[in-house]
Design a protein around this ligand. Structure first.
Ligand code: DC
Length: 211
């Protein structure tokens, strides 16, 4: 089997997949791509324009005007909206936490970001994490992972990160939307991260990579 060019890591909110993906990318010399930040950037831009995130037509119209770029810096992609580099303060703000699942269910937003994500493969080895990476964005990848953790552990992680986030509600919306819901991709290796240390979880992914 050829070495994978994209390692896909999906899972629910706060399952630990971002930390795992970042370290797996560092260990392999690949580029880490956090696709949740792309949906968050789009959401931030939609809110900046004053659009109601629950109104799909308004989201579609304001998202169409957004210029989104993904420059690579220090081994990971950043998100740039209309020329402005966004940081943690914008991407993880409470309003964005509340609205992101609404924006992410709009098919036109997804189509656009999926195309952007596929184009990143030209950069070299990617470790890309999200909700639909193994199921929709790169279904042919031979290295697909699904990182799970119990709801209690995930809610506690979000609180420890200082976020007032309704993880369960976000998961409900992400798993029940019509377009590309969160699923365990066909052929994905499932890792339960409820009781693993970060090192153990990273090692579990590395151990399961096709040679
Ligand atoms: O990974 P995260 O929790 O930062 O993602 C934020 C939201 O973005 C998540 O609730 C659903 C959406 N998302 C998505 O729909 N598809 C992806 N590939 C990544 C994130």
């Amino acid at each position: 089997m050829p070495s994978p060019q994209v390692i896909t890591i999906d899972g629910p909110a706060a399952s630990g997949k971002s930390s795992i993906a970042r370290l797996v990318a560092a260990r392999l010399g690949g580029i880490y791509v956090n696709t949740g930040n792309m949906y968050r950037a789009m959401t931030w831009a939609v809110l900046e324009k004053g659009a109601d995130p629950a109104d799909a037509d308004a989201v579609r119209a304001s998202a169409a005007e957004v210029v989104l770029e993904s420059p690579v810096y220090e081994g990971r992609t950043q998100v740039c909206v209309n020329g402005q580099l966004l940081g943690d303060a914008e991407l993880n703000s409470d309003p964005v936490n509340r609205a992101v699942s609404l924006v992410a269910r709009v098919p036109e937003v997804r189509r656009r970001l999926v195309a952007e994500q596929r184009a990143l493969a030209a950069l070299g080895l990617l470790v890309m994490e999200g909700r639909d990476i193994g199921s929709v964005v790169f279904p042919e990848s031979p290295a697909k992972f699904y990182i799970d953790a119990s709801e209690e552990v995930r809610a506690a992680r979000r609180r420890a990160q200082g976020h007032q986030d309704q993880v369960a509600e976000r998961d409900r919306l992400d798993s029940t939307r019509t377009t590309s819901p969160l699923v365990i991709p066909d052929g994905a290796m499932v890792i339960d991260n409820s009781h693993l240390t970060l090192d153990q979880a990273v090692q579990a992914v590395l151990d399961k990579l096709p040679a």
